[in-house]
Each structure stands twice: as structure tokens, then as C-alpha cells.
Design a protein around this ligand. Structure first.
Ligand SMILES: Cc1cc2nc3c(=O)[nH]c(=O)nc-3n(C[C@H](O)[C@H](O)[C@H](O)COP(=O)(O)OP(=O)(O)OC[C@H]3O[C@@H](n4cnc5c(N)ncnc54)[C@H](O)[C@@H]3O)c2cc1C
Length: 470
């Protein structure tokens, strides 16, 4: 066996999978057909749940240093500010990171690649997966190498993190049902001034569509995302100048654009693979699901796919769990992807519909409902949990079994572990339980009674290195 896991694709998902496997002692080979890392910002929003995972990977400080903290989102309709979603207040008891971090995909990839290199693994660029054969106990992959030749490689498992046109998916005959949207997105990185609330996300709804303005690092730097006006949709050479009039309509005459450093358009699809797993091959990130970028969930969902699969794969590789554990990856992550597809699709259709009625709904009804809803604390919390992805749980997974009769507010098996600050000793100071937990092994938390002796833990302690810590 040449490697335990072949990770195909060094985008954000592949880099996260490789990092999580390597820090758990798994042998990994990560390849990418491109010559080097992406230089495009692409996805921009890093959600709280991802930052919690970054903290465990010891890269959160670097991410916070490079990114810009967005503490709220403002909804504007026809030039008037209608509502504000206060991310900071709504999330301050839920996570140490009650905000959205504005950090480009290129920076996220760079930070993860640096970490991977610290762990002793480098991406093999200019290396493309061209065929796969699944055999009992192994997969033989044929790779196109940088010199133009091919070589065969035998891996125990394959992580398909190879994006929307995934070879791993196609070579396993897994279908990717869904459809393209008729709309074409544009993205522009600009220096601009206007009515935007500084350091916060600004959503401009108007009769004919929407524009999102994300604050970026540096003074007056804004990422503008919107859909191309219908007249420009089929133009191959649509440029930023051509979309400025529609921007003025949405964000008001006060919007002044000084420079535009990057402009790109892309057509989006909504699709989900019919399976996330075929024997020894797994699909993660865009290889498994693609959807509208409304809500800044895409990159985060891929990163969390990787986090979900990695600990399971590590246990199986090390012979500490049966391969059947891996079935729970699809069981847990497919519903997350499908729910996301459904909600982003509905939100997207509402914000892009060109009908007169939809325009009225968007600028009058939707904006007013949002204004009212966001004044209710409970709604703010639900919105925060949804957007930040801290509310995702696997209560229905076959891995989750809770005691009967627990109070409704009690944590359940399958929940994200709640963020708690506790005194570990009666005379001690308050400490952050997240920092104490070691996510590379099982943790036993005993509250209100003496720590059990290791012998009393029986199988748990003998199967896994479960040393009581506090
Ligand atoms: C222009 C643009 C703007 C975007 N803006 C946003 C946004 O604002 N918000 C948002 O959430 N999302 C956005 N996205 C989507 C976001 O970029 C993706 O969700 C994210 O990149 C998915 O990460 P991934 O690692 O799963 O796949 P990718 O980033 O696509 O990475 C896949 C990697 O696999 C490699 N690969 C493919 N096939 C092979 C093969 N056979 N052998 C070896 N390597 C292979 C590719 O070279 C690539 O590096 C945008 C995408 C684009 C193109």
C-alpha cells in the first residue's frame, strides 16, 4: 500500500481532510491537477463552526489576523435600511466566535497548506487522477504526473475533494442530479464608499434583484456579489462597468466606486451527488454538493464534510473501528447538504426572481418581515445558529443514542458539543471547555463526582487512549 488515504484535490476541502487525517497519524498523499494554489478570493465568509475547527487545528489566530470580523448584517430595500441581524449579540453565548470572518478562499487555503506543511505533508501539484479501480481492501489510482507520464498508486481509501467536475465521482459512476440556474453571478473586489454600514455585511434588495456587499481587509474595500442584469447574461465579455448602473439602483446614488481589482462572473448550479460514498471512495465539498453562494455556506460545508469524515477514517485506518462506521458519513452529511440546497434554492429564487410580484415581496414584504423578526431575540439566535452552522446536529444518526427522559434543554447525542465555561476546581478560575477538549481522541467529562479510575472505564480505556484529564 503506497498510502492510507489518497486525497484528490487541494482546494479548501482537500486541505482540511489532509490536515485532519495527518494530525491523527494517518498517511496521506494529496494531489491537485493545477500548478499551484488558487490566487482568486472566491468564497469569502468563514462561519463560527469552521473557526471552532480552525481553533483545534491551531490556525484560528492566523485566520483572525488576516481576516475582517463582520459583526452584523444589514438589510436595505430600495435604498432604505430595514433591518440589522446582530451576529455578535445573538451568538455571544453560543461560540467564542460570534461573527462571520471575512477571509478569502485563497487565504484559507494558504493557512491550511502551511499547517499541512508544518505537519510534514506537501501538496503534489500538476498531478491529476485519471482512472480508478476499486479492489478488495484497496484502490488503484492512475495519476498523470508533472512530466506528462502516468504512474499507478495503491491507496486504502480515496477522498474525492476534486470540486464540481469531480473525477472521483464520475469514475465511480455516481450521478450528480440538479440543474444550472439561468442567472449568472458576478463578483467584484472594489474600493468604494456609500451608505454601507462599515465592517458589516450589507444586503441591498431592490425591485429587480439584490446585491451583497462584504467588508474586506483595508479601508473602504468591499466585495460586491450580485447577478448580472438579464441583458448581460449571454455576453462573454461583460465587465464591471456594465453592472455599475444596476448597483447604483440598489445601493443608492451615494455609492461611489474608486477602483475594481478583480471582476469575475460564474454560472451556478444546484446539485447533490446521489451517493457520497462508493466502497472505498468518498465525495466531499463541491464534488458532493453545489449550490447558490447566498448565505456564504459553500466552502464551510465542504470543510465540515472533511472534519466529519476524517476522525472516522482515522479510526478505521488504525484498526480501532469497523469500516461500517464510515457509513455514517453519508448518513450525517447528505441531509445537511440537501437541507442547504433546499434553503439556499428557496432564498435564491426569492432574491433573484424578476417578476413584478417578487420585486414587491422582496422590497416591501420580505424586508419588513426581516425587520420585525430580527427584533425578537429568539429569532436572532435561530438565525445565528443556522448561518454560523453551529446548529447542525446528527441526532438522527445511527451513532447517536441519548438517555430517555432528559430535559428538553439538555444536550443530546449528535449535537455539536456546547461551548461551556466552567470551574474545573471549586477554588479555580473559570476556564473554556473547548480549549480543554482534545478532538483527536475521545474525551470523558465527569461532572459533580470524582474522576473514575482508568480500570473502571473498561473497554473505552483499552480501545482508545482515554486518559481522564480533569
Ligand atoms: C468564481 C467563483 C466564486 C465563488 N464565490 C463563492 C462565494 O462567494 N461563496 C461561496 O460559498 N462559494 C463561492 N464559490 C464556490 C467555492 O469556491 C467552492 O464552494 C469551494 O471552492 C469548494 O471547495 P472544494 O475544495 O470542495 O472544491 P474546489 O475549490 O473546486 O477544489 C477542487 C480541487 O480539485 C482539483 N481537481 C479537480 N479534478 C482533479 C483531478 N482529476 N485530479 C487532481 N486534482 C483535481 C482542482 O484543481 C481543484 O484545485 C465560488 C466559486 C467560484 C468559481
Amino acid at each position: 500500500m503506497d498510502t492510507d488515504v489518497l486525497v484528490v484535490g487541494a482546494g479548501p476541502t482537500g486541505l482540511m481532510l489532509a490536515n485532519q487525517l495527518v494530525r491523527r497519524g494517518v498517511r496521506v498523499l494529496i494531489i491537485d491537477r493545477h500548478a499551484g494554489p488558487t490566487l482568486e478570493t472566491r468564497a469569502l465568509g468563514v462561519q463560527a463552526r469552521t473557526l471552532e475547527i480552525y481553533a483545534k487545528l491551531s490556525i484560528v489566530d492566523r485566520a483572525l489576523e488576516l481576516g475582517k470580523i463582520g459583526t452584523g448584517a444589514n438589510i436595505w430595500a430600495q435604498g432604505r435600511k430595514m433591518a440589522r441581524v446582530p451576529l455578535g449579540d445573538a451568538g455571544k453565548y453560543i461560540t467564542p466566535y460570534p461573527f462571520i470572518l471575512i477571509l478569502g478562499q485563497d487565504d484559507n487555503e494558504r493557512i491550511m497548506a502551511e499547517k499541512l506543511s508544518d505537519l510534514g505533508v506537501s501538496v503534489q501539484w500538476n498531478t491529476e487522477l485519471v482512472s480508478l479501480a476499486q479492489q478488495t481492501g484497496q484502490v488503484t489510482a492512475t495519476l498523470k504526473t508533472p512530466d506528462g507520464g502516468t504512474r499507478k498508486l495503491v491507496a486504502a481509501w480515496v477522498g474525492g475533494c476534486d470540486g464540481a467536475h469531480s473525477s472521483v465521482r464520475q469514475l465511480n459512476g455516481i450521478t450528480f442530479p440538479g440543474a444550472p440556474y439561468e442567472h449568472v453571478f458576478f463578483i467584484a473586489d472594489t474600493e468604494a464608499t456609500g451608505s454601507m454600514v462599515p465592517d458589516e455585511v450589507n444586503v441591498y434588495l431592490w425591485q429587480k434583484g439584490f446585491h451583497l456587499l462584504f467588508p474586506m481587509r483595508g479601508k473602504n474595500h468591499w466585495r460586491i456579489v450580485g447577478i448580472l442584469p438579464p441583458a448581460l447574461r449571454d455576453k462573454k465579455d461583460a465587465d464591471f462597468e456594465a453592472v455599475i448602473p444596476s448597483l447604483g439602483n440598489a445601493a443608492g446614488a451615494g455609492l461611489a466606486i474608486k477602483t475594481c481589482t478583480w471582476f469575475s462572473t460564474y454560472r451556478i448550479h444546484h446539485r447533490s451527488a446521489s451517493r457520497f460514498h462508493d466502497r472505498r471512495c468518498f465525495l466531499l465539498g463541491d464534488a458532493a454538493h453545489i449550490h447558490s453562494p447566498v448565505g456564504a455556506q459553500g466552502m464551510n460545508t465542504g470543510l465540515q464534510d472533511a472534519y466529519n469524515l476524517a476522525w472516522k477514517l482515522a479510526l478505521v485506518v488504525k484498526g480501532q473501528a469497523e469500516a461500517a462506521l464510515l457509513d455514517s458519513y453519508e448518513e450525517e452529511r447528505m441531509p445537511v447538504a440537501q437541507r442547504l440546497l433546499h434553503t439556499t434554492d428557496r432564498a435564491f429564487r426569492l432574491v433573484v426572481s424578476e417578476s413584478w410580484l417578487a420585486g414587491l415581496l422582496r422590497t416591501k414584504v420580505l424586508a419588513r418581515i426581516a425587520a420585525f423578526a430580527m427584533s425578537v431575540e429568539r429569532v436572532q439566535m435561530v438565525a445565528f445558529r443556522t448561518i454560523s452552522q453551529t446548529g447542525i446536529h446528527y441526532r438522527n444518526s445511527t451513532l447517536s443514542e441519548s438517555l430517555q427522559g432528559l430535559p428538553n434543554s439538555a444536550p443530546r447525542a449528535g449535537d455539536r458539543f456546547p461551548w461551556l465555561r466552567l470551574k474545573f476546581r471549586t477554588d479555580g478560575s473559570v476556564e473554556d471547555l473547548f480549549q480543554k477538549l482534545d478532538d483527536t481522541r475521545f474525551n470523558l467529562i465527569v461532572i459533580g463526582q470524582p474522576a473514575p479510575l482508568k480500570e473502571a472505564l473498561g473497554d473505552v480505556a483499552s480501545s482508545y487512549p482515554a486518559t481522564p484529564q480533569f
